[in-house]
Write a protein that binds this ligand. Sequence first.
Ligand code: ZN
Length: 504
Amino acid sequence: MTTPSHRTVPDVVAYDEAVARYDPVMGLEVHVELNTASKMFCGCAAVFGAEPNTLTCPVCLGLPGALPVVNGKAVESAIRIGLALNCEIADWCRFARKNYFYPDMPKNFQTSQYDEPIAFEGYTDVDVDGETVRVEIERAHMEEDTGKSLHVGGATGRIHGASHSLVDYNRAGIPLIEIVTKPIEGTGVRAPAVAKAYVAHLRELLRGLGVSDVRMDQGSLRCDVNLSLRASADAKLGTRSETKNVNSLRSVERAIRYEVSRQAARLDAGERVVQETRHWHEDTGVTTSGRVKSDAEDYRYFPEPDLVPIAPDRKWVDRLRSALPEPPAMRRGRLQTDWGFSDLEMRDVLGAGAQSLIEETVAAGASPASARKWWLSELARRANDAGMTLAELPITPAQVAAVQGLVDAGRVNDKLARQVLDGVLAGEGEPGDVVTTRGLEVVSDDSSLSVAVDRAIEANPDVAAKIRAGKVAAAGALIGAVMKEMRGQADAGRVRELVLEKLS
Ligand SMILES: [Zn+2]
């Protein structure tokens, strides 16, 4: 359908104008891949990045007669997530078949939960720029992931324009938890910021629970964004669009901004917003129409006959509840106080994903300030160069603490310590070993320093004369010459003392 030429509707209106005229209402659906050893209903390994179609079996390929068995660890993770989100945990619940055809789903149905989720009616308090916003949770249910389609030959990697498609079933059957919010209302102009903060908060909470590696870039945390506009806060809800697989925090924010601006343009023009799924394009920052979607009846849900119902023992649930980790906001506040970091410093630490690393480095004996310094400067730079996260660097918090220990003991200076880090990262062993094998230790033996100082004085008679005449500032040139000769492995303060002693 084309727009009649006599009437041009702009694609978007400016965001500020849009939120001045309309009230945005959001719903966020976050899919979390659990980090269980095996898949949801079979014994296949649940890992990322293996050769395509090597991690499959008759169950996850949906071959006739294959029978699924529920992964107990996945149920435990689901319950812990539900408890951490202040949800009620079902006494009894079932799986259901969600029927639809898609080539990356070998059974032609997804085993999910429909009207009987394991966790429901919860909430979580999100910090949005220093203010607490309560997000109500409608449900958290268990399901399995689909396989992955790879569309080959097109420019965009999407099916449109591709010459053929390949399917990898390694991901089919990986345990997923889908966390669905109730409509988030009343956030107005801050809607995009609230959504971003919620997803960041959820990621931190899930990381703290240890149930997922929550890598948005690898798809182990994915967000679908429902958005609608209405004329005012007391008007009835407008028609929503559902933008799929928005896979970074920044994209969550941008996709909502865009949808607000786009839907406002439609409504301004007296048009209807179409209920549909939309695709988010990271490169151009727009959403485009996917498939028109009506409501859930499409899927012909029915109870899964091959799986027994789940009826978690209340004592087990209570044990899981009492063993939950400290909530993220509380832990953050406690660590910030213990460490004596400013709000800005703490924000940098969180932004770099370094909180746990610093906590472990401090536990291994480093001061909080030194732990922060190494992780946020030297190691952050190396991680960035290598395209890794800090946690992925091949160095442990204990090793970082050991490097700082070498500095504190005067065995290496900061410059040499950086070379020790390089050695550890290159797999040359523990920090102490790197110092020995690379010969990095600071020369503290006065006799060899003394010889080097004498040589520097001899080579720079003019400078020496100036110092003798009282121009102490000139000593820098001699200290530099000595440090160069010692390849940086000297204590510059001690060299300075020696120079001034000899020339006084
Ligand atoms: Zn399998």
